[in-house]
Design a protein around this ligand. Sequence first.
Ligand SMILES: Cc1cn([C@H]2C[C@H](O)[C@@H](COP(=O)(O)OP(=O)(O)O[C@H]3O[C@H](C)C(=O)[C@H](O)[C@H]3O)O2)c(=O)[nH]c1=O
Length: 355
Amino acid sequence: MTEHSKTTKNILITGGAGFIGSHVVRRFVTKYPEYRIYNLDALTYAGNLENLKDIEDKENYTFIQGSITDEKFVNDIFKEFRFEGVIHLAAESHVDRSISDPLAFAKTNILGTMILLNAFKELWGKYWEGKRFYHISTDEVYGTLGKTGLFEETTSYDPNSPYSASKASSDHFVRAYGETYDLPYVITNCSNNYGANQFPEKLIPLFIHNIIHHKPLPVYGDGNYTRDWLYVIDHAIAIDLVFHKGKGKETYNIGGFNEWKNIDLVKLLCQHMDEKLGREIGSSEQLITYVKDRPGHDLRYAIDASKINKELDWSPTVTFEEGLSKTIDWYLNNEEWLNNVTSGAYQKYYTKQYQ
Ligand SMILES: Cc1cn([C@H]2C[C@H](O)[C@@H](COP(=O)(O)OP(=O)(O)O[C@H]3O[C@H](C)C(=O)[C@H](O)[C@H]3O)O2)c(=O)[nH]c1=O
């Protein structure tokens, strides 16, 4: 155990170099100097330490490179740092990749979660007082909605993609460890996030990238699919609240009450991009190209976030107009980041540093 960790609470955040994870790490490191935050990240294509440059020298922050699928390594770091809290965000998260490589999703999302649960159980046994394992999950576990209705915490799981099946499975394992070993857990299932530092494979950053470079905007199917969008900072605020105040062995849904059909969102994005880039209004829309649909494409996700709103007084602080505008500005001001993540340059650089 380090000298520091005798007096402070050691918290493990997995996947902290990724999109949502980096916003959570930054919030915890800056807001809670009494915690020592350990960021465990494998630095795959989607995670990079450039996302945390501003806090990398903070005294209460430590980066550990490694994979949650490496059982011995995970057990060793749990023994060494005796984490009292785990906020588990590390995951393969892109639905299209899960369709072409489902096994990678089972390994990271199911096996990786089990390895963490096991290490936590082995470390604390029955001494659960003051401990918490927080699993960050997705609304995709509930499957798809028709034109009406909302996902509630009591909605049955009905995942359709290999990605959502792997997240549903990991949620089930977390609950099973809670029932079987009394492991103190909490789970949140969140809707689509957007904001700075998202890898340009997901709809919003991919389309911003393509508009900048005058490339086609591939809209799947007829574009009449609906998602509920939440600004990533609001998600990080919710995670902070749930970690500290959420009831044990409970699930909370998190969402923006902000539904958009893909095609309407893409048109809004095009309009903002034309204005910000000083291009003729309507020119980006001409890049829209309808392409073959995603297999098993879920029609609609929409979250009922009234439980977290009532119990923890959480609601989004950023409107979609404001969040989208800030997000576009961030990408336009960070073109080097965008080029380095798409070319793999950051991944090469940072993984070499930690070999
Ligand atoms: C990349 C792309 C996407 N789309 C469509 C597919 C979806 O209907 C929508 C959003 O797609 P995206 O891949 O950005 O996100 P989802 O498949 O909704 O899933 C996302 O939100 C949940 C909550 C998670 O948990 C996932 O980790 C996260 O990736 O746009 C297109 O039409 N064209 C494209 O090129």
